[in-house]
Design a protein around this ligand. Structure first.
Ligand code: DC
Length: 222
């Protein structure tokens, strides 16, 4: 039997970088489910399909192929109709599109089996918003990873500024709060701590301390 760790939490809590390192240390596969929603969002953007329920969107879902693979260093690669779109899904336009499209029930249903299949055959740390509540409710360990909106915006701002992007902290904070609101208030699979989940708050922790905290929670509870 494979072991599944569900890791949920708001945007910018550092889930992906923390989970990637924790997975490596524990010998698990890291699955970033946000990338799947981003890929569907990208497909909609490319085809000028609105991110809301419609026959057009359902037709699009029926016509595309979304796949998760891993490269030789274990990094997750996401493919849209065979094309590696791992870079293109990271723009801020794609982030907003992903947030909107993830509220569409048909999109969530479309991605459900793909996510469950990954956990059937591998030991995974799966990162998302509804992994402990919907996708893997029987996960061995469920973690809700969070930090204050200000701390999350500050980290994202620093990351973007370091890449030479011309951004303002206030705008980054506004984006973070908007996405939180969308993710927590949608009708389907809203972001919330799963029953039986352990909350880890990284507001006061640095990156290495956060990784250690997650590894400890997993080791103590798996
Ligand atoms: O984690 P992320 O920022 O890459 O996720 C992109 C969007 O997808 C985010 O707005 C929330 C949504 N999402 C979701 O609804 N369910 C998941 N399991 C993962 C992401």
């Amino acid at each position: 039997m494979s072991i599944a760790i569900a890791l949920d939490g708001p945007a910018g809590a550092g889930k992906s970088s923390i989970a990637r390192r924790a997975a490596k240390a524990l010998g698990y596969i890291y699955v970033d489910t946000g990338a799947l929603y981003r890929t569907v969002g990208l497909a909609a953007m490319r085809n000028n399909v609105e991110p809301k329920p419609s026959a057009e969107l359902e037709q699009l879902l029926a016509s595309i192929r979304v796949e998760l693979t891993f490269n030789e260093t274990g990094e997750q690669i996401v493919l849209l109709d065979g094309e590696d779109v791992s870079g293109e899904i990271r723009t801020s336009e794609a982030s907003k599109m992903a947030s909107n499209i993830s509220a569409v029930p048909a999109v969530r249903a479309y991605l459900l089996d793909l996510q469950r299949d990954m956990a059937k055959t591998n030991n995974v740390i799966m990162d998302g918003r509804d992994i402990g509540t919907v996708v893997l409710p029987d996960a061995k360990v469920k973690i809700f990873l969070t930090a204050s909106p200000e701390a999350r915006a500050q980290r994202r701002y620093k990351e973007m500024a370091e890449k030479g992007m011309d951004v303002q902290y206030e705008n980054v904070l506004k984006d973070v709060m908007e996405r939180d609101y969308n993710d927590m208030h949608r009708e389907i699979a809203p972001l919330k701590p799963a029953e039986g989940s352990i909350t880890v708050d990284t507001t006061e922790l640095d990156f290495e301390q956060s990784i250690e905290a997650i590894i400890n929670v997993i080791k103590e509870n798996r």
